[in-house]
Unconditional design. Structure first.
Length: 284
């Protein structure tokens, strides 16, 4: 079975700081995580292609990621960052696609989870930017918190020509064991046909040292039932997952959570959905 990792990060602290890595809890992440380390971990479990996702809201990062993808046999797509509120977002996307490796730009993401305005995604200037993303033939990754999911649903409804990819299940409160209102919000988003979801980031929303497959299953089952396997894709969220589980552990966990699916449904979660959404080449 082909495996695609639809969500991971890389950073080099020698190039720039990752200001979000603060405090003792995140100390394991305060080092560089580079492509050779990812390649070793991914190849060890059979991953043949990956999607590299932005980490910081800086324009300089995306060109670096595109160049990295062009020199890598593993990275098949990049989800970068650009200022969606800018009137020049269409021109900036065109510029990025003209750079070395620009053909690997397949999506855009903004750290909406850090925005204090719950309705940030529905601002007129943001919706204008999202339409520009759609016009460029790209997708939009949603990294939102539970209370921001209703606005995400409204944005997806307002821009039906754009595919919205929900990262990390919309960050459910796994550590507390609660399902509502997260589950209701996710189901509302999934009712829109232009939405898909990543089966990623669960272990770091749970208790890092005491998570169990049984404790994660209700959340995985919720998105499986809401989106269906053909609108769901595996993502490791490496290296952030290292706070709670290694790369291989996350792959094994996902295998357990999807074991009851049919072979074709598992193929969709492990590779088919990601290949379709991010237009991954067959060679990667």
């Amino acid at each position: 079975m082909t495996l695609v990792d639809a969500h991971h990060h890389l950073w080099d602290l020698g190039v720039r700081d990752q200001a979000w890595i603060t405090g003792p809890d995140l100390a394991p992440l305060r080092r560089s995580f580079l492509l050779p380390e990812l390649e070793a971990r991914a190849r060890a479990v059979g991953v043949t292609s990956t999607v590299l996702v932005q980490t910081v809201t800086l324009a300089e990062e995306t060109p670096e990621f595109l160049a990295l993808a062009s020199d890598s046999e593993l990275i098949g797509a990049v989800v970068g960052w650009t200022d969606l509120t800018s009137v020049g977002v269409a021109d900036e996307l065109a510029r990025l696609r003209s750079l070395p490796g620009g053909e690997f730009l397949r999506g855009v993401r903004h750290q909406v989870q850090a925005e204090t305005d719950t309705e940030w995604l529905t601002r007129p200037e943001v919706l204008r930017g999202l339409r520009a993303v759609a016009a460029a033939g790209l997708v939009y990754d949603l990294v939102v918190l539970e209370h921001q999911l209703p606005a995400a649903t409204r944005a997806a409804a307002a821009v039906p020509e754009l595919t919205f990819v929900l990262d990390h299940l919309g960050k459910p409160p796994i550590a507390s064991g609660e399902l509502s209102p997260w589950a209701d919000h996710v189901r509302e988003l999934a009712e829109l046909p232009n939405t898909v979801c990543k089966l990623s980031g669960m272990v770091t929303e749970a208790d890092w040292s005491a998570w169990t497959v049984a404790g994660l299953r209700p959340y995985a089952d919720t998105v499986l039932n809401a989106f269906g396997p053909r609108r769901l894709m595996f993502g490791s969220d490496w290296p952030v997952c290292e706070l709670a589980a290694g790369y291989g552990e996350v792959v094994a966990l996902t295998g357990e959570l999807t074991a009851a699916l049919t072979a074709s449904e598992r193929d969709a979660v492990w590779s088919g959905t990601a290949r379709r959404v991010y237009r991954l080449p067959d060679s990667r």
